[in-house]
Design a protein. Structure first.
Length: 547
């Protein structure tokens, strides 16, 4: 376990140092400073407060002048600093996420030990080398926080199930509050935890031949108390008023009602803002189709292409073991409880219109990993030593597949999708997040292209040393650096603007997320001749069929 933890820490740290800012990070870091200085919890309240406390603490330790209002220096932790300080501050904030991710994994390992040491080790290995965990766990964003804290919920709920006392219920309530204070997707854990705790309390009372109503209410009341007090503490024990027409300062189109005073009112505002956002949706991409209304099978495709083939094989092995040697009803009931939250989360997110990558269902991963880790006793029962060997092989295949793309875990796609080069033709939501601008700046300084056309996507490219022009929709000579997301799901450019160029595969890729082309006069003549006759490279040719 210690060795796996050290390996994961190294992978996370190297990824965090390598990647430039992603689309949300500059804002999260900027608003964490007034949150620390003035307890400003209203700005960007659609992002819950807990991760911002962590980012702010890291910045406070790394760059104290940011918090000195009399210094007269710039306030933005990235753009007001020279390049070395920018990278230092970004890494410091990401280090807070890394620490939370490592801690969450240890809680998951500890929880899985209830099912055996082998199960715990297998579950933990899946956590340490998951491309999704390695991608989000190295960024100053919310997804790894809520995922790691869901591991704490698993650990606390297992202990509540073993000893259904009010004291354990308070711990579960506090853990649930921390997930809700990290991201609203953690709210789906509440009904599952309440059901497990309530059932355990009822069962205990029946065993003791005692009345069960009052003990059950005591457990639920203690859980609620732990939830409210912890969430209120994260929000500074403040009251406020919820304006339904303008939560978090943004127009919702809803009728105006003032609700309150409420404890942790900014959290309620953020929840309402996220619900409105989920109803409206935003631009997405799936299998060559661009839309803003979502697809019912979006997250099924994400799971099919963004998880390792090794992990999928491990799940298939467990199902095969069930066919050969059916498990007991109690085992099936345990698995049903473990998978309840993943199924709930995926269903809710599939119904919504805001579908922005596998990171939205990342909190379901610890539960799926625990379920897959429990394959070990099933395989041993059904296939003996051969089953154990098959599980080890599946695990090693998944590890190799994940580590092979390091440190480009955001752009991970498995073999079914054609790897990171072929995957974007199917799925490019939340994968290209602008994370390779630093590498592009280094390439420009080394290659010294005489003209660079670049599809700006986020942040401040000039701060990373990128000097560029906006790409033209008609052929012009120069070097082109195109974000994968702007090629497959154009947002800042007119759809079809670059089709004249992308009929051919890129000459080079930077971190798999930026496509590089060199366009000279002979190439323009060739492209002009192909215009309208040849489909974009990802719809025809070898890359459309994978490697």
């Amino acid at each position: 376990m210690v060795g796996l933890c050290a390996l994961q820490a190294g992978l996370l740290a190297r990824t965090a140092w390598d990647k430039s800012d992603t689309i949300d990070e500059p804002f999260y870091l900027a608003v964490s400073i007034p949150q620390w200085l003035h307890l400003d919890l209203a700005t960007n309240c659609e992002a819950p407060a807990l991760p911002r406390w962590g980012f702010g603490l890291a910045l406070r330790l790394a760059d104290p002048p940011l918090f000195d209002e009399s210094s007269g220096q710039g306030r933005h932790p990235l753009w007001s600093r020279a390049m070395p300080e920018t990278r230092r501050n970004l890494f410091a904030a990401r280090a807070a996420t890394i620490l939370v991710t490592l801690t969450g994994g240890l809680f998951l390992w500890s929880a899985a030990r209830a099912f055996g040491e082998g199960v715990a080790l297998l579950t933990y290995a899946l956590w340490c080398f998951s491309p999704g965990i390695l991608a989000s766990g190295s960024l100053a964003t919310l997804d790894a926080w809520v995922t790691a804290l869901s591991c704490v919920v698993i650990w606390a709920t297992l202990r509540l199930q073993q000893r259904p006392t009010p004291g354990h219920a308070v711990i579960v309530g506090s853990a649930l509050a921390l997930t809700a204070a990290a991201k609203v997707t953690g709210l789906g854990l509440i009904p599952v935890a309440v059901a497990v705790g309530g059932w355990a309390r009822w069962r205990e009372s029946r065993k003791q031949a005692r009345p069960w109503v009052r003990p059950l209410l005591a457990v639920i009341g203690a859980l609620t108390l732990g939830f409210v007090l912890t969430l209120w503490a994260v929000y500074g024990f403040r009251f406020g008023v919820l304006d339904t027409a303008r939560p978090c300062g943004k127009e919702t189109g809803l009728a105006r009602h003032l609700v309150g005073p409420l404890p942790f009112a900014p959290w309620f505002e953020g929840l309402l803002s996220q619900l409105v956002h989920g109803r409206r949706g935003h631009l997405g991409y799936l299998f060559g189709e661009v839309g803003a209304t979502g697809w019912w099978w979006f997250y099924l495709a994400a799971l099919a292409f963004k998880t390792t083939v090794g992990a999928q094989a491990l799940a298939a092995l467990r199902l095969a073991a069930w066919v050969k040697s059916p498990p007991r009803r109690t085992e099936l009931a345990t698995d049903a409880v473990i998978l309840a939250y993943p199924l709930l989360l995926i269903t809710i997110m599939s119904v919504g219109k805001a579908q922005n990558g596998i990171k939205y269902i990342l909190p379901a991963f610890p539960f799926a990993m625990l379920w897959a880790g429990r394959a070990l006793p099933d395989l041993k029962r059904a296939f003996g030593r051969g089953g154990i060997a098959a599980a080890v092989v599946a695990l090693l295949v998944g590890i190799v597949e994940s580590v092979a793309v390091h440190p480009h875990h955001l752009m991970f796609f498995n073999l079914w999708a054609g790897g990171p080069k072929g995957g974007p033709r199917y799925f490019v939501s939340g994968d290209d997040w602008g994370q390779d601008q630093r590498r592009l700046g280094e390439w420009q300084r080394t290659a010294k292209p005489w003209r660079l056309f670049y599809t700006y996507y986020n942040g401040d490219p000039a701060h990373w040393g990128i000097v560029y022009e906006t790409p033209p929709c008609e052929p012009r000579p120069g070097f082109y650096a195109l974000h994968a997301v702007e090629v497959h799901r154009p947002k800042r450019l007119r759809p079809g603007c670059l089709d004249w160029l992308t009929v051919e595969p890129p000459d080079e890729r930077i971190g798999y997320s930026i496509y590089l082309y060199q366009v000279n006069k002979p190439r323009i003549e060739r492209l002009e001749a192909e215009r309208g006759k040849v489909a974009p490279f990802w719809r025809s040719g070898p890359e459309a069929r994978g490697p």
